[in-house]
Ligand binder design. Structure first.
Ligand SMILES: C[S@@+](CC[C@H](N)C(=O)[O-])C[C@H]1O[C@@H](n2cnc3c(N)ncnc32)[C@H](O)[C@@H]1O
Length: 246
């Protein structure tokens, strides 16, 4: 009998921000294929009887390609295994969960998405930046600094009155700031860069859009980082001191 693949979000890196459903599935799985960015959740994998495979090794010589991962998922499911495909944050927010689901469906393999707490929301909250607040922009947009940026309508984005949250944007800070300003976004718009959220190396830099690139470069910001562009960043000054993440 064919198995099933659970495409599971590991949350932003803290064990206690993993959903109970994800935790139960991890404990019961036969095989777990996980990405690199799962933080403390990696410790929980030791509680599982599953075969655990890190398919996201960056430092190692071999990092599985998306094609290889897709094939592995199908292969394990065809052997009747209960497979957990564990991804950082939420599996469908710039996490390729949708692509994997598509591949599974095309191969008649049952799957389920198990949502996770996305870093896009949780990392700003960890430092006291709520992504919406009635005094500020009435919309919220998540963008990737990578692949699809050529397809972005920068003019519409700049004019939208939206808080913009950029994932995978560290290497693209110059371009992102330039495009938004060129298209009319105020260079004085507050910006926060939050690096390595939920880790001991977590760091927050507050700047403005016109100085985003310079700030990121001077501070040698590294991945992973979330960039928040919008008025809500002003709240950081008041909230950070009292926003005590335990
Ligand atoms: C491939 S995307 C995956 C996002 C994931 N699916 C989610 O919902 O959080 C990876 C990007 O997420 C962001 N990210 C993930 N974990 C982070 C963390 N702990 N601190 C800051 N940014 C993080 C960074 O922008 C990073 O480049």
């Amino acid at each position: 009998m064919v198995g099933k693949v659970y495409i599971v979000g590991a949350g932003p890196g803290r064990k206690d921000l993993l959903t109970l459903r994800a935790y139960e599935l991890i404990k019961k799985a036969d095989v777990i294929l996980h990405d690199e960015l799962i933080g403390e959740v990696a410790d929980l994998l030791k509680e599982s009887k599953a075969e655990v495979i890190n398919v996201g090794k960056r430092s190692g010589r071999h990092r599985k390609s998306q094609g290889e991962i897709n094939e592995m998922l199908v292969e394990f499911a065809r052997k009747g295994k209960m497979v957990v495909r564990l991804k950082g944050g939420d599996p469908c927010i710039f996490g390729r969960g949708g692509e994997e689901a598509e591949f599974l469906a095309k191969h008649s393999i049952p799957f389920e998405f198990v949502p996770g707490v996305t870093s896009a929301i949780a990392v700003p909250e960890a430092v006291g930046i709520p992504l919406t607040h009635r005094r500020y922009d009435p919309a919220l947009v998540f963008i990737t600094g990578r692949e699809s940026r050529e397809r972005l309508n920068w003019k519409a984005l700049a004019e939208l009155n939206a808080t913009i949250v950029v994932l995978m944007g560290v290497g693209r800070a110059v371009e992102i700031a330039e495009k938004l300003i060129e298209n009319g976004k105020d260079p004085e718009t507050p910006v926060a860069i939050i690096e390595k959220g939920f880790s001991e190396e977590q760091r927050t830099l507050i700047t403005k859009l016109g100085e985003l690139a310079k700030t990121a470069e001077r501070a040698e910001v590294e991945n992973p980082a979330i960039i928040v562009i919008g008025g809500v960043v002003e709240l950081y000054d008041l909230l950070f001191e009292f926003c005590l993440c335990e």
